[in-house]
Design a binder for this molecule. Structure first.
Ligand SMILES: Cc1cc2nc3c(=O)[nH]c(=O)nc-3n(C[C@H](O)[C@H](O)[C@H](O)COP(=O)(O)OP(=O)(O)OC[C@H]3O[C@@H](n4cnc5c(N)ncnc54)[C@H](O)[C@@H]3O)c2cc1C
Length: 374
């Protein structure tokens, strides 16, 4: 049987690799872009590994995923933290005890720290809704500060919604870490591939049974022929694109949120104090990435990207984040049911195929599970 994998992102690459190992059948990977690696794609410029689709930090608690990827790359020991600029004050998020000290005057910070440690277990993550229920004006002040300065405007910018439309259910889940740990991720395994994500994915795809065709969109006559062949049992299709596109937008366009990255070279060694600096309540952009931090690259100049969330427009920009709400999930489900009723040898996966935000480790895990199941 022939195997077609649509998309050479991390999901498609892992599926192609596992198929080659498991079935010893030929696999053709079709990728519409001019490069592999999907949104994890990085490239070298002026000695800096630039991540074209925004900062990507690998993190996982899944030992199988970690072992799989370690066959193709070593990771450095980068542990991510996010600096946030709140009305000119530089602190870290999620809010933790050090964030309290860098944001508030020492007397207030000490008072808040004492109250938090008296009330909650060290190391716990407490949602701000819990502080709001306490009969304590300082804890309520902290909850309101986190909501106003970190959550509210950032979420409105990120999702393009009015502040008044934000659900209080979601906002109240915003946690404060009762801890000195300022890391953004707490997974056991974390890091950046030492030679970048593109090389890691190149190595995953490097198998005598796998051929990769770039600049090859799965559409038009090619798509019709291959779908017909899949129904005759001649070909299996593993599709990591968006399911609405696969089914010709039969039920309408699935909504996404898109991003615009504004790249610039800056003629000094560093632009900012951290790889990612968030601007939750100021400016139109949400964050600034400075890529040389990830692999500790020593260069005289630097490259940054400002990230602006924008509306997704079909054919005009990229799909980044699925918008998780009831009506979109129902629309996705309709497509999925149609697919399952019509095709037997077509499998959808990945962040676009499943219409679900996945971190890279989730994508690898889903691909491993899919291939184990067939
Ligand atoms: C801004 C941002 C930051 C992120 N940061 C992190 C992070 O720090 N850590 C983390 O773990 N994860 C992060 N992620 C998530 C990560 O990007 C995804 O987990 C990963 O890219 C999913 O891989 P994928 O292969 O499923 O999808 P993609 O990477 O999107 O790959 C799909 C590929 O399919 C191709 N394709 C689609 N349709 C067709 C077609 N019809 N024909 C041919 N080719 C097609 C696309 O061109 C694309 O190359 C981030 C995501 C975003 C948006």
């Amino acid at each position: 049987m022939k195997n077609i994998v649509v998309g050479a992102g991390i999901s498609g690459a892992v599926v192609a690799n596992l198929l080659a190992e498991k079935l010893s059948e030929e696999i053709t990977v079709l990728e519409q872009r001019v490069h592999i690696a999907g949104n994890c794609f990085d490239y070298k410029e002026d000695g800096i590994t630039v991540q074209k689709y925004g900062a990507h930090i690998f993190h996982t608690d899944n030992i199988e995923v970690w072992k799989f990827l370690r066959r193709y790359t070593d990771f450095n020991q980068y542990m991510h933290k996010v600096v946030a600029v709140i009305d000119g004050i530089h602190t870290t998020i999620p809010f933790s005890i050090p964030s309290i000290y860098s944001t508030f005057p020492p007397s207030l910070a000490q008072k808040l720290e004492r109250k938090l440690l008296e009330k909650y277990t060290y190391g716990s993550k407490v949602p701000i809704s819990d502080f709001l229920q306490q009969d304590d004006e300082d804890l309520r002040f902290l909850a309101n500060f986190v909501y106003d300065k970190i959550f509210k405007d950032y979420t409105a910018k990120q999702w393009g919604v009015k502040v008044s439309e934000l659900s209080s259910k979601v906002s109240s889940r915003v946690p404060v870490n009762i801890s000195m740990d300022q890391r953004y991720f707490t997974d056991k395994y974390q890091g950046i591939p030492v030679n970048g994500y593109t090389e890691m994915i190149q190595r995953i795809l490097d198998h005598k049974l796998i051929s990769v065709k770039l600049n090859s969109c799965f559409s038009g006559d090619l798509k019709s022929e291959l779908l017909k062949d899949s129904q005759k049992g001649l070909v299996r299709i593993f599709y990591t694109g968006s399911i609405d596109e696969l089914l010709d937008y039969k039920y309408g366009v699935l909504p996404y949120r898109s991003l615009k990255f504004e790249f610039s070279k800056v003629n000094r060694d560093f632009y900012q104090e951290n790889s990612v600096v968030n601007y939750p309540c100021n400016y139109d952009f949400t964050r600034i990435h400075e890529f040389k931090y990830f692999l500790s690259e020593q260069t005289p100049s630097t490259i940054i990207a400002k990230e602006y969330p924008i509306e997704y427009k079909l054919g005009e920009n990229e799909r980044y984040y699925p918008i998780d709400n009831h009506s979109n999930n129902s629309l996705y489900q309709r497509y999925k049911e149609h697919l399952q009723a019509t095709f037997t040898n077509v499998f959808v996966l990945g962040r676009l195929g499943d219409y679900h935000y996945y971190d890279m480790d989730d994508s690898v895990e889903k691909a491993l599970n899919l291939i184990h199941s067939i």
